[in-house]
Design a protein around this ligand. Structure first.
Ligand code: FMN
Length: 367
């Protein structure tokens, strides 16, 4: 595996704190999709691997006084709109394995994969919460949630394969649409008694790339078995190195390559043309919410500071890339796109153009 993997979080971190109050923030378009189309188009301009939509299935009322908090669109609806306004960038919505049904998730993600012509992935989470919004969901321990998550992912993968791409014939002359003999019901492991087949044929005969976000021992076992990348919270290089080593060992035990699971820490980037301005921006935008909110790896400084921090961590083996969480203002995202990523490309650590138009292709998993 060579080069960085870079994703952009479409949780508008750059509008946090007081930043949304700036007249040019675009906050009015938070729910029209325009805000995220603009961000995704910028990410595509920098040839990033994917945009990724975190999700919450509950709303906390208190933060709404000062900023949007969990206010936001449904991930697949948002990604479907973005798919029509972009051409190459990967699209990774978040779906919980704790509350929703595998059939539903298999169908949504495979539909997005068609609409985007092979650019969809899935961020698997066991969820921050939301149990009370779903009928018939029991309280489960972390161990049970992750056991279910593994069965869930397995079921979704089998559903994706239940109506293979090769079943579609489209022979106008003979009037044959598909080969029903290739369409098969599935057997589901564990608690998910799902028969299939799916109504949506597979876009191609590969499973969609999986991202996973979590931190526990169970999460790492789940990632080692199924994930192609993890969205991690590694504030320090040392913790990133340790996570990479642990996942490499666990992946090998699962019969996978030690490099199969990329470690992508969240990287909070509060950028400006000089350090003083960046510090001011950080002070303004981080002021109004709880201290310690940036638990993530964080750079407050110039684009050169960001390049240096990224190169240092990558070369120390503490990350395979990062998920950008721009902070402070739109300008942090603009500087990431205009200065940080082109510099990484000049250093040979990132692509300077797309060589593929699918997410699998960007991740070097074959077309
Ligand atoms: C970096 C990171 C990002 C996460 N993103 C989400 C998310 O978008 N939606 C969600 O419901 N849960 C999210 N979670 C929560 C996890 O799904 C999980 O429920 C939680 O971390 C507890 O599991 P753990 O003990 O394995 O960390 C995230 C967790 C981490 C560490």
């Amino acid at each position: 595996m060579t080069g960085l993997t870079i994703g952009l979080s479409l949780s508008p971190t750059w509008l946090r704190g007081g930043a949304w109050r700036d007249p040019s923030s675009g906050i009015e378009d938070l729910l029209s999709g325009e805000l995220f189309i603009r961000a995704a188009q910028l990410a595509e301009q920098a040839h990033m691997d994917f945009v990724f939509k975190p999700d919450a299935l509950l709303l906390k009322k208190e933060p709404l006084v000062t900023w949007p908090g969990f206010t936001g669109l449904d991930p697949v609806v948002m990604m479907s709109v973005i798919a029509r306004e972009t051409h190459s960038i990967g699209l990774v919505p978040t779906f919980s394995s704790s509350f929703t049904q595998p059939y539903f998730v298999a169908r949504e993600t495979q539909s997005l994969n068609h609409i985007s012509r092979g650019r969809a992935g899935w961020n698997v989470v066991t969820s921050l919460g939301g149990k009370d919004n779903f009928v018939g969901v029991e309280q489960r321990t972390s161990v049970e949630l992750y056991q279910d998550a593994q069965d869930y992912v397995e079921t979704v993968r089998r559903l994706w394969g239940s109506y293979p791409a090769s079943a579609i014939v489209l022979d106008r002359h003979q009037g044959i649409f598909a080969k029903p003999e290739l369409v098969r019901p599935i057997s589901s492991p564990g608690v998910f008694d799902v028969a299939g087949p799916l109504t949506v044929p597979a876009y191609d005969d590969h499973p969609l790339p999986l991202l996973h976000a979590g931190g526990s021992a169970q999460s790492k076992h789940c990632a080692a078995r199924y994930a192609d990348a993890v969205f991690a919270m590694n504030a320090t290089t040392e913790s990133g190195v340790a996570l990479k080593e642990e996942l490499a060992e666990l992946a090998e035990r699962e019969g996978r390559e030690p490099t199969a699971v990329r470690v992508l820490p969240g990287l909070s980037l509060c950028l400006a043309s000089n350090r003083e301005k960046a510090e001011d921006l950080a002070a303004q935008s981080f002021d109004s919410y709880a201290p310690g909110h940036v638990k993530h790896w964080s750079v407050v400084g110039t684009p050169s500071d960001a390049v240096e921090a990224i190169v240092r961590r990558y070369e120390a083996g503490g990350a395979d890339g990062f998920i950008a969480l721009p902070a402070g203002s739109w300008n942090s995202l603009q500087l990431l796109v205009d200065e940080v990523i082109p510099r990484l490309a000049e250093l040979g650590l990132f692509r300077s153009e797309y060589h593929s138009h699918t997410l699998r292709g960007h991740l070097g998993m074959g077309e």
